[in-house]
Design a protein around this ligand. Structure first.
Ligand SMILES: *Cc1c(COP(=O)(O)O)cnc(C)c1O
Length: 368
């Protein structure tokens, strides 16, 4: 049997009839950047995310970068992420000239450990970036409390978590800004790169709209140095179609996650995901821990199963961040996770036979 990690062709097969006319309409209009599709998407995503405003941008990375820039974060400032996230979270901090100051994760949710944040705060700290990893939100209440106490911004990296819920509140609606990615492999993916910043701070949203267009307002007059962070109309048109299906896809992923959990229930060698009872995950990834992870990955691939490791090397150990002076052992929870995690296929279109096959093969590996 062949089970890819993600099967976008299976999803597209269900969307083709809606998608092609929408793309063609953009072609006929020849209005490619911004415009009515982008405005409509911003309204719909803001509403969907319980936020006042959405600002379409060119990627999830640019959503984070533009958030940092618009908040005036740069040289001499410090920003707190975890070392267990996709590179972009920390790459953006670095690019503003600010210094990333890492805080380790919780071992079961892989999200930032709120109990460890205050020790990392100095008089230079300007913001915390909680990453809602794999589709589950970080523990936002204590994070917001700490941020209020120390007067810090909170930028939610919700690139993997659009539609995820924490105590009744949607990802992106709690912090100063929330950052979404529409990279094709995310739960809401477009036909290329795209992203959005959401916020309940309306003046900040206006400023973000200016920043995404070189800080230009009015035309050819620049109040600030922004960038080209604009969203394409073709991507917005595609996303307007896909957004209608997002909740059912995320539910399909949760159902598939529950099926794996049941299959693995009698297998103590496998650590299944911990989802806090006040959270609703969207399972952008279904991630387990196994012994001999690299061998397990090779075994699954040999058996036709797509799987991957998010992420094999913590960011404090990356060559490019050597100037920060961290060493192996500084963030043991992240380092351990990097050795043990593996993501299995969880997309909504999976069949029960495929899930059973994947589950059986993982069990076969860990019990042999
Ligand atoms: C995907 C991702 C990003 C970056 O999004 P792009 O759209 O690829 O630029 C940032 N942070 C996390 C946690 C991600 O998973």
């Amino acid at each position: 049997m062949n089970v890819p990690l993600l099967d976008l062709k299976a999803q597209y097969a269900t969307l083709r009839e809606e998608m092609m006319p929408a793309i063609e309409a953009v072609m006929e209009s020849q209005w490619f950047i911004g415009g009515p599709n982008v405005t409509k998407l911003e309204e719909e995503i803001a509403l969907y995310s319980q936020c006042a405003k959405g600002v379409g941008v060119s990627s999830g990375t640019d959503a984070i970068l533009a958030s940092l820039m618009v908040l005036g974060i740069g040289t001499g400032d410090e920003v707190i992420p975890t070392p267990f996230t996709f590179f972009a979270t920390v790459g953006c901090i670095w690019r503003t000239g600010a210094k990333p100051v890492f805080v380790d994760i919780e071992p079961d949710t892989y999200n930032i450990d709120p109990a460890k944040i205050e020790a990392a705060i100095t008089d230079k700290t300007k913001a915390i970036i909680p990453v809602h990893l794999y589709g589950q939100m970080a523990d936002m209440d204590p994070i917001m409390e700490i941020a209020a106490k120390h007067n810090l911004f909170v930028i939610e990296d919700a690139a993997q978590s659009i539609g995820s819920v924490y105590k009744g509140r949607k990802a992106g609606s709690i912090g100063t800004t929330g950052c979404f990615s529409f990279f094709p492999s995310k739960n809401l993916g477009c036909n290329g790169d795209g992203g959005m910043v959401v916020t309940n701070d309306e003046p900040l949203a206006s400023k973000l709209s200016m920043y995404r267009n070189h800080g230009m307002e009015p035309k050819y007059f620049h109040q600030e140095v922004g960038g080209n962070f604009r969203l394409d109309a073709i991507q917005a048109a595609a996303l307007l179609i896909k957004l209608k299906h997002l909740d059912s896809w995320s539910q399909g992923r949760r159902d598939n996650g529950a099926k794996y959990n049941a299959i693995f229930a009698d297998c103590p060698q496998i650590t299944t995901p911990t989802i806090r009872d006040y959270n609703e995950t969207i399972y952008n990834q279904y991630v387990i821990r196994v012994p001999n992870r690299d061998e397990c990955k090779a075994f699954l691939i040999e058996n036709g199963i797509g799987c991957d490791v998010y992420y094999p090397l913590s960011l404090h150990q990356q060559e490019c961040f050597a100037p920060l002076g961290y060493k192996t052992g500084d963030f043991p929870v992240s380092e351990q996770a990097a050795k043990e995690v593996i993501a299995l296929p969880v997309y909504a279109e999976l069949t029960d036979e495929q899930i059973q096959y994947v589950g059986d093969k993982v069990k076969e590996f860990v019990t042999k």
